[in-house]
Write a protein of this length. Sequence first.
Length: 143
Amino acid sequence: MKFRFEKSINKKEIVAYAKNKNELISLIENLCYQDEHPLIGYKDDIIKELNALEVECFFTQNEKVYALVNKEEYLVKKRLYELNEMFKDSFIYINQGCLANLNLIDYFKASLGGNLLVVFKSGYQDYVSRRQIKNVKERIGVK
């Protein structure tokens, strides 16, 4: 693999050549998008730029969207569908109100009723809805 950097005054773009889109390419794409559109989180009197790679999930509560980062919840002034467009390679809907970071999921746990529980690395848990089970299984490579 080769790496080449060219400085340009007029252009702000990154071109990556690869045989297939992989996790590294997705990471580079997310970092570039985040540089152009910073993700701002609000908590009490704190305003903080959030790193999307550290966000375990985005979820809705009382018609507001929150980001879960290191067991802390930050209000995000974006809609879930906007966040999904921004980070579609790293995040996936697990239910109507939760967009999960695939890289920060610790494991899945199947229950007797057929529900699928997602456990994140921080210990936070949420269920995969019946509508999203097929999409989640495809993204994680389970048939």
